[in-house]
Ligand binder design. Structure first.
Ligand SMILES: Nc1ncnc2c1ncn2[C@@H]1O[C@H](COP(=O)(O)OP(=O)(O)O)[C@@H](O)[C@H]1O
Ligand SMILES: [Mg+2]
Length: 282
């Protein structure tokens, strides 16, 4: 690849528990992510997604194999700060990620800890709040915001570190539909307008459908990897792994089962309507 920013090479991982070494959770995972791409990761519970994500900014270190972040080996302690600056992480629960009682102070928290000069912090906080559409809430109390707004503040906090890559582990899992949409639109903008590399772990098929590339994990392995329109065509295979497909693909699949000639690579309601209109008698 031209410009890989994240690279897992034969990545194997086992948690060490009180009872000794637990089973293999990641088994020789090989995955390269090109800078500037938007990759979604799907997989049922326990397939190893969060464990994988935590390797991408050295929260966890490989039991075997290697992880490189912009060419930096994550086991090299001297590079830890650079690695954490390159890859920001956003987690499921926004309440656990908010540390200050005013939005802009919360966003300033990480760069302040890094000793960034205050004029520079001001600039970064303004930019980050702008990027997530939360400028008007700068002086608000985070705990009074909606779930979607809180999660966008959490994303702004990561952006203030100026990472090149952002890894989000089920960031919409605790949000209502409005919050989910706000957060997903924000994520898409970060990728499309700022060129950030995005790794989005999700269990919502409609979110995964908006990525450029879709990686499916099962039992510690990468089992599918390709554009969403292609990966979602394997309706039967995905269902066998306990996964669904977007509603539009599911509908097309049923129509095909009923003998109608419709395409399967239909990822949104608009294309779905178009495909149905094509087969209606005129
Ligand atoms: N801290 C831990 N200690 C021991 N086992 C763990 C720990 N965290 C996760 N696991 C196990 O690792 C496997 C993968 O978990 P995880 O990466 O959280 O999957 P996912 O995010 O896809 O649901 C599961 O079997 C889970 O029980
Ligand atoms: Mg998880």
């Amino acid at each position: 690849m031209a410009n890989p920013i994240l690279q897992a090479c034969d990545l194997t991982f086992r948690y060490t528990t009180a009872e000794g070494v637990a089973p293999t959770v990641l088994d020789q995972v090989n995955l390269t992510i090109e800078a500037g791409t938007f990759v979604a990761v799907l997989g049922h519970n326990g397939s190893g997604k969060s464990t994988f994500a935590k390797h991408l900014n050295a929260i966890l270190l490989p039991s075997g194999g290697k992880v490189y972040v912009d060419g930096m080996d994550t086991v090299d302690e001297n590079l830890l700060l650079d690695i954490r600056r390159t890859v920001g992480m956003v987690f499921q629960n926004p309440d656990n990620q908010i540390v200050a009682s005013v939005v802009e102070e919360d966003v300033a928290f990480a760069p302040e800890n890094l000793g960034v000069p205050s004029a520079e912090i001001r600039r970064r906080v303004d930019e980050a709040l702008e990027a997530v559409g939360m400028t008007e809430y700068a002086r608000h109390a985070p705990h009074l915001l909606s779930g979607g707004q809180k999660q966008r503040v959490a994303i702004a906090g990561v952006l203030a570190m100026r990472p090149r890559c952002i890894v989000l582990d089920e960031p919409t899992a605790m949000l209502d539909p409005v919050g989910r949409r706000e957060v997903l639109d924000t994520i898409c903008q970060l990728n499309q307008q700022l060129g950030m590399t995005v790794v989005l772990i999700t269990h919502h098929m409609d979110e995964a459908a908006r990525a450029q590339r879709l990686v499916v994990m099962d039992n510690g392995h990468v089992v599918k990897d390709g554009p969403p329109a292609q990966v979602f065509q394997d309706v039967v295979g995905l269902r066998r792994m306990g996964l669904e497909v977007p509603d539009s693909v599911a509908l097309m699949y049923e129509l095909r089962q009923a003998g109608l000639d419709v395409p399967l690579d239909v990822l949104n309601p608009e294309d779905c309507a178009r495909a149905v209109a094509q087969i209606l008698p005129r």
